[in-house]
Structure formats: C-alpha cells, structure tokens
Design a protein around this ligand. Structure first.
Ligand code: ATP
Length: 356
C-alpha cells in the first residue's frame, strides 16, 4: 500500500514525524506492506517550487492509496496569484473527497468535559458555504462595492444524497441513530432540499432512527448532553463548527482526528490547524494526526476487504488512547509532561508490546 506523507506547516513536521515512528512499529508488528513516500507542501515549498502546493504532489496523491496530510497554515499564505494554494481544499476537490468524518469520544484517563461523548460528525466536504468549493469557475464570494460583500451557498441533491448515505451506513454499524443538522426555518430552499434528500436516503435504512435538529439548538444540546448523539450529519460549514465544539468537549483540539474520504481515495488530516504558536517546541499533541492515520488504514482495510489492516488500525488506535490516558506519557495539553517525540516512541512501544 502506497501512502504519501506530507508534513505541512507549523507543528506538522513534529506530529507527522511521531506518526511515522508509530507506523514503522505497526509495519514491524503486522507486516502490512505499507510503503511511505515523502513529499512536501506548505510554506517550505514556496521558495523552492513557487507555490505551497504543486500539481506534481496532487498527481502523487492520486497515484497513492492514501495520503497523510499535515496541517497547513493557510492564514499566512500569500494570495493565489503569488503561489498561495490551499492544499486542504485543493485535495478535497481534486480527489473528490466528499465525506469528512470526525469522531469525538471520551478516553479513559483523559480529562473531558462530556464524559459520555461518543459521536461521529459526518460533514459534507465539497459544497456549502465554502467560497472556493461551490463554483465551476471563479469563487462564490464577491464584493460589488466597498460596503457590500456577498457569499453563495450551494446545496445539491447529489452531494446531499451521497453524504447522507455515508452517515446512514456508519450509523448502521454503531448505535443506529442519525441527527441531521439544518437551518431550514431560515434557509428554506437550500436546507429544505438537504433535509428532503436526507429523509429519502433514510427510507433505505429502516433500522436507523433519523432526528432533525436546528443548528443553533444543536450547539446548545451538545453542551447539555453530548452522549445522546451517535452520527451527526451536517452540511459543510455547520459540520466544521460543530465538530470543533465536539472535539473540545471530548478533551482537546489536539485529539480531533478526521478522514477525508471519497469513493476511491482517502486523506488523513487533523481537525486542528498548524498551531504556529507552539511549533518547533516538541510540545504538540500528535494524537489527532495518529488517529486520523488509523482511520485511513481502517478505511483502506474496508476498501480492499483486508481484515488484517483493519485489525492493525484498531491496535494503532488503542495504543494511542492508552498512551494519551497515561499522565506520565501524555503531552502537556492533556495534563502530561511528555514531548511529541517521546509520545511517538511510547506509542511505538505500546504497539510492539500489545498482546505479548
Ligand atoms: P486553522 O484555522 O488552520 O484550523 P486555528 O486557527 O483553528 O487553525 P490551530 O492551529 O488549530 O488554530 O490552533 C488553535 C489552538 O489550539 C492554538 O493555541 C494551538 O496551540 C492549539 N493546538 C492546536 N493543535 C494542537 C496540538 N496538536 N497540540 C497542542 N495544542 C494544539
């Protein structure tokens, strides 16, 4: 299996480095046939390649089974015409990664504001309120005059149906409940279309309960009792905002893993950003990057019907959670004292010794 590794900006090289340490241990233990190929994106490429992302890297990603995409600091990228390409959104469009899957759950030993939380956000990734994603040409945000700016939000039956299918399929393997998030009281046409499509897809899953919740109520309900939610299905921006809330409720943004998946390819990517404020200090928490990578392996195991890969992914996830829940080996944000590198080595040890 060919995996492309792109460390990215800020803390990216540190958390991706720790993830590679753990993957090497996983390969030694389970002989998965993983081949890691390293390349670069981000600020480091700007001078050398004239852009923060090159078409050659996108081609390598298309030719790989999966990609580990480190966080990118797009906030400080120059304008597009000066080479500031956004790897995050370009990957989603170029590889048609329509499903962004973001689990949040409580872990033994990890301080958590919502002890019963165990949910997965299934977020549409290719349209909605994201200005660079919803147009064939140009961008969906523009400014006719100095005192007026406009954004377009695109919702289609096709994208709503395929993301709904991902949510119902996932719920059928979990606690059989999908909560669809909307604002159809105000956005009657767009979210009306989204909800109608979700209900129609839901008819194929009679064993899965469908609940509909307005987005602002959902922000409050998550804080009141996150444990009542199983799979949360949301359009792009609502899902982005609510998944940060869910991640924080589960302990820390540093725990927040995510997978961007299409029909044929998937990309592991943290929910959090490049955290430039702590870059280069060996204090970043690599859990999100590691768990995103475990999700990628699990997805590849399902795609290729290889149970051995899924078992290795589960062992990886369990090893990460064990180390994260141990104050002697956890990182600073989780109340521990370990550095990023030490965390990676501890996970590698845990993988090597699991079951022995
Ligand atoms: P973006 O918009 O690119 O997602 P952001 O503005 O949300 O980025 P982050 O880079 O995610 O910001 O950082 C937000 C805060 O969380 C920062 O204080 C950062 O140090 C902290 N943080 C983010 N990721 C981690 C991590 N892996 N380990 C520890 N702290 C983190």
């Amino acid at each position: 299996m060919d995996i492309l590794v792109l460390p990215g900006d800020g803390i990216g090289p540190e958390i991706v480095g720790a993830t590679v340490t753990a993957l090497d241990a996983l390969e030694r233990r389970y002989a998965l046939g993983l081949a890691l190929h390293h390349d670069a994106i981000g600020l480091g490429c700007l001078e050398k390649d004239g852009a923060t992302l090159t078409d050659a890297v996108l081609d390598r990603a298309r030719a790989s089974d999966g990609t580990i995409l480190g966080p990118v600091d797009t906030f400080v990228y120059p304008p597009l015409e000066d080479g500031g390409r956004n790897p995050s959104s370009e990957f989603r469009i170029a590889l048609d990664l329509f499903a962004n899957i973001r689990p949040s759950y409580a872990r033994p030993g990890v301080p958590c504001m919502a002890p019963g939380i165990d949910l997965v956000m299934v977020r549409e990734n290719t349209e909605g309120f994201y200005a660079d994603r919803s147009m064939y040409k140009g961008i969906g945000e523009f400014q006719p005059d100095e005192d007026m700016a406009l954004s377009l939000r695109k919702i289609t039956t096709r994208a709503s149906a395929r993301i709904a299918k991902v949510a119902f399929e996932l719920a059928a393997t979990r606690r059989h409940k999908v909560t669809a998030i909307h604002k159809a009281n105000a956005l009657k046409l767009t979210d009306g279309l989204f909800l109608r499509t979700v209900r129609k897809v839901g008819e194929d899953y009679p064993g899965v309960e469908l609940e509909e919740v307005i987005v602002d109520a959902m922000a409050a309900l998550l804080i009141r009792d996150a444990s009542r939610f199983d799979v949360i299905l949301a359009t792009n921006m609502f899902g982005d905002i609510l998944s940060d809330e869910a991640a924080e409720l589960s302990g820390s943004l540093g725990l927040a893993a995510s997978l961007n998946a299409g029909d044929e390819r998937a990309v592991a990517q943290c929910v959090h950003g490049a955290a430039p404020d702590i870059a280069g200090q060996d204090v970043a928490n690599p859990v999100a990057m590691m768990q995103s990578t475990a999700m990628l392996l699990d997805w590849l195991g399902s795609r290729d019907k290889k149970d051995g890969i899924r078992e290795a992914a589960a062992a990886f996830r369990a090893a990460v959670d064990t180390v994260a829940g141990d104050p002697a080996r956890a990182t600073r944000d989780l109340g521990g004292k370990a550095g990023t590198r030490a965390f990676g080595l501890a996970v590698a040890d845990e993988i090597a010794s699991a079951g022995s």
